[in-house]
Write a protein that binds this ligand. Structure first.
Ligand code: NAP
Length: 356
């Protein structure tokens, strides 16, 4: 029997991506949609301004949007909630026994909450043990949409050599700002060299994701690495796909050949490779000197593959390259669904009684 899933923030850009990616999912069945009081009580077709490029499934269009309150008819919830409300709402659902798989920033750095990329740090799921919800509820988060691509590219380098310093400049898609997002007169034919809070996330989240699982008084713990990361973030008029120009200083200044090999040969856990939403390759190392490009490469691996191109030596650091990842699939809904699949495969998602 499939697990019944609900979406909090179902009407937004990320919520809509969840709706699309969950259509026909082999393990999950969409049974509940929730958003703000502006949308509650309406049909989803009425409440959501559908921005996906495939038609809204008729069965979903007819579903009623509910308030984001426990009591939803589902076994777990995905959260695509605005961060102004996600914190307490997600806590309330976890306390009521729902596993919460969140995209929002609010709980990402909580000591007892896994910040998860299945190919990078599946062992961090052990932190769930520390969440003291009486029932089966807990919170698991996925990282900021620009953090995902950067961290997946850094993971093989940290494993093979160790990283001394990182400099990253991003070119981030408009869909990363949600809907309606950036005003068209600001966005068209323009670049905005500021995305509120984004640089701080890029400078901190990878340090937690790349840290090994440690023990603190016998309890699982994650102590963030201490690697300087300098980030500059820009909003560019691209629809989907965050691109990042990255320079990395490595321990021992390894040869370019060894760096290329480390990226090309990256092996991720087989339990993750077997999940329904896992791409065949989670990293694609592209040799074409004009790659990666959002229009050409963002849909690799159905939006779950991170592309790396322009790999070459750096006269200031050791190596430099360009990373591209899909911000609303790998960086949000697709990443969260992969997280839920990992939880399900480990038996951490259970069927709940239907609300009376
Ligand atoms: P969005 O398009 O603005 O959608 C926000 C959602 O939150 C809507 O469903 C909205 O419902 C709901 N909401 C707002 N206020 C609420 C309230 N008071 N009570 C209940 N629901 C409320 O934003 P988004 O881009 O989808 O982002 C959603 C979350 O994911 C954010 O935390 C964002 O930081 C994170 N995220 C986004 C991306 C991306 O690429 N876009 C990537 C990674 C993470 P109504 O329609 O009813 O107002």
């Amino acid at each position: 029997m499939k697990l019944r899933v609900g979406i909090l923030g179902a009407t937004g850009a990320v919520g809509q991506k969840f709706v699309r990616l969950l259509e026909g999912h082999p393990w999950f069945e969409l049974t509940a949609l929730a958003a703000s009081e502006r949308s509650a009580g309406k049909s989803y077709g009425e409440a959501a301004h559908w921005i996906e490029s495939t038609p809204l499934p008729a069965s979903v269009a007819q579903m009623e949007v509910r308030l984001c309150e426990p009591g939803l008819d589902c076994d777990l919830v995905f959260s695509g909630l605005d961060s102004s409300v996600a914190g307490p709402v997600e806590k309330a659902f976890a306390a009521a026994g729902y596993p919460v798989i969140s995209n929002a920033k609010n709980h990402r750095m909580d000591d007892d909450v896994p910040l998860l990329i299945p190919e990078v740090n599946p062992e961090h799921l052990a932190l769930i043990e520390r969440q003291n919800h009486a029932s089966s509820g807990f919170i698991v988060t996925n990282p900021n949409c620009a953090t995902v691509g950067l961290t997946m590219a850094l993971k093989p380098l940290q494993d093979a050599f160790g990283i001394d310093a990182v400099q990253v400049t991003t070119m981030q898609a408009l869909s990363g700002a949600g809907y309606p997002g950036v005003a068209s007169l600001d966005a068209v034919a323009n670049v905005i060299p500021f995305i509120g809070g984004e640089e701080d996330k890029l400078e901190t989240e990878p340090l937690r994701l790349l840290a090994p699982l440690a023990s603190n008084n016998g309890e699982p713990a994650v102590i963030p690495l201490e690697i300087p990361i300098s980030a500059q973030c820009n909003r560019v008029p691209v629809l989907e796909g965050h691109m990042e120009c990255v320079s990395v200083k490595l321990h021992g200044s390894p040869s370019m050949e060894r760096v290329r090999q480390a990226l090309a040969d990256f092996v991720w856990p087989s339990e993750v490779a077997a999940l329904p939403s896992a791409p065949v390759r989670c990293l694609d190392l592209l040799e074409d000197e004009t790659a990666p490009q959002p229009r050409r490469d963002v849909h690799r691996g159905a939006g779950m593959t991170v592309s790396i191109g322009r790999l070459r030596s750096c006269p200031v650091f050791d190596v430099r390259f360009v990373v591209l990842s899909h911000n609303t699939i790998r960086g949000a809904a697709g990443g969260a669904i992969l997280n839920a699949e990992l939880l399900a495969s480990r038996g951490l998602l259970l069927h709940r009684d239907r609300p009376s």
